[in-house]
Design a protein around this ligand. Structure first.
Ligand SMILES: Cc1ncc(COP(=O)(O)O)c(C=O)c1O
Length: 471
């Protein structure tokens, strides 16, 4: 059954790498117009009989042809973009060694790598004796923070939740939606997430937060956590950690920082000032698959409270797998909400080996140079309007027109046209007043000022066409 045709397999791998590499060098994103139904027809297979390797070879070709070219600098749809080859190599190791992070005996190398990466990130934050674990994404890291905070702040919660009515956490009105999802899973309901207004710099207002916590307590609710964001998804804002830490210490609440997007600012002398007071927080979310470029997903939950994860997630009836023969257990399993867990450290490890700290710093600073260039262009051009000065690598702007009344529809149509032509994939945001604008994210190491010029030219070309043809 499981026989390896090594020469054919190697050819397949080589062709795959070379195809993705070529896609990265194209002038556009490529032609991928298939609908969901087309793809079902193309990939439909009975899966009921054995097939020759040629079928898998054809599947590879189809898969690559119909996948979105996220390797390309013109893929700007999310907070990740590009394929870092050094990270892909590590991910290959994960696939071929196929094991689970649950125990040291199953995953000795993965356990050591994950531990060492955690130590490295803890040191960047400024935690001397902390702990951490890799999880399945920034959303999960935020949920892990909520679970840890609840158990730590509300002594004995896991044993008797009924003692704590009206559980509440407080986040910026621009926080990521994952906090609400976690609240649903954890039984708080979405009402358990209280949104705090932001100031003119799009940062959570600490004075208002203080008042909101006081009134929640006065009405009998049980606040247990404040979640700051380092690098908000749309506006790239950094909540002020020292101010929020003061409020949390006054009310005895856990302070979490969601650094899914902005934590790599630690690498850059230009941006690290936004993270001042990082060590005052109780925990952090850190995604390495966004700005740092590791393969999806590479996410960390990091905390300054040693042994809190095991106290929160541990159970004493898992003897079928965790034997703890050693005096000190090296198993990540008991600390985790998962049992089987992919080795996600190898990708970041190989990338870090190749690039070093300096490589990440260089990337952030390169993208910062491009950002300054783009901001100048936007500010100088009469047809562009900057919507907000984002402190991080986000650019919020829109295209203006004196021929089209509804600018939101106009900008949306520009985006859809670029997407349909396979020219550029950029995302947008619609704020609470219905203002729609591009949320341009700089996260691809290959993106240069030349690409920025092409992007602006595409925008203006399509805008002109829409002005003639109408919406
Ligand atoms: C600020 C912030 N936090 C959390 C997340 C969720 O991260 P993930 O997509 O890894 O679950 C995102 C995703 O964009 C984000 O922008």
């Amino acid at each position: 059954l499981n026989q390896l045709d090594l020469p054919k397999t190697m050819t397949l791998i080589e062709q795959t790498f070379s195809r993705v590499w070529q896609n990265q060098q194209r002038d556009d994103l490529g032609d991928r117009k298939s609908s969901y139904e087309d793809l079902v027809t193309l990939f439909k297979s009975e899966l009921s009989q054995e097939q020759p390797l040629e079928v898998i070879e054809q599947f590879f070709r189809d898969y690559l042809k119909h996948s979105v070219n996220t390797a390309h600098p013109y893929f700007n749809n999310q907070l990740f973009s590009g394929v870092e080859w050094s990270a892909v190599l590590g991910d290959l190791l994960t696939a071929v060694t196929n094991t689970t992070m649950a125990t040291f005996e199953s995953s000795p190398v993965g356990t050591v790598l994950e531990s060492m990466l955690i130590d490295k990130l803890l040191a960047k934050i400024g935690y001397n004796n902390g702990e951490g674990i890799m999880v399945g994404g920034g959303s999960q890291a935020n949920m892990q923070a909520m679970v840890c905070a609840r158990q730590h702040v509300l002594d004995g919660f896991n044993q008797d939740p009924s003692r704590f009515p009206g559980l509440k956490i407080f986040v910026s009105e621009h926080a990521h939606y994952s906090f609400k999802k976690a609240a649903m899973v954890m039984g708080l309901g979405v009402r358990g997430v209280v949104k705090v207004p932001v100031n003119a710099q799009n940062q959570m207002d600490a004075a208002v937060l203080d008042q909101m916590i006081q009134s929640a307590k006065a009405s009998g609710d049980t606040p247990f956590m404040v979640a700051a964001t380092a690098g908000t998804t749309v506006y790239g804002a950094f909540d002020q950690i020292p101010d929020l830490a003061e409020v949390c210490s006054k009310h005895n609440l856990w302070l979490h920082v969601d650094g899914a997007w902005g934590a790599p600012a630690f690498f850059s002398d230009r941006y690290s000032k936004h993270l001042l007071g990082s060590e005052l927080a109780d925990s952090w979310t850190w995604d390495a698959h966004k700005l740092m470029g590791a393969t999806l997903t590479s996410s960390f939950f990091l905390s300054r409270h040693k042994n809190n994860l095991i106290q929160t997630n541990g159970l004493d009836d898992c003897k079928y797998i965790f034997h703890e023969d050693d005096a000190v257990s090296r198993d990540f399993g008991p600390m985790s909400l998962q049992c089987g867990r992919r080795v996600t450290s190898a990708s970041l490890w190989t990338q870090w080996l190749k690039e070093g700290d300096a490589g990440f710093a260089k990337k952030v600073d390169h993208l910062d140079d491009v950002k300054k260039y783009m901001l100048d262009k936007i500010k100088q051009h009469p047809r562009f309007e900057l919507i907000a000065e984002a402190p991080f690598l986000n650019i919020c702007f829109r295209v203006l027109s004196d021929k089209i009344d509804c600018l939101s529809l106009f900008n949306e149509k520009i985006r859809e046209t670029l997407k349909a032509r396979g020219q550029f994939l950029v995302n947008y945001y619609e704020d609470k007043n219905g203002l729609l604008f591009f949320r341009f994210i700089l996260s691809n190491s290959l993106f240069t000022k030349k690409h920025a010029d092409s992007f602006f030219a595409f925008l203006l070309e399509v805008a002109d066409e829409i002005e003639v043809s109408g919406l």
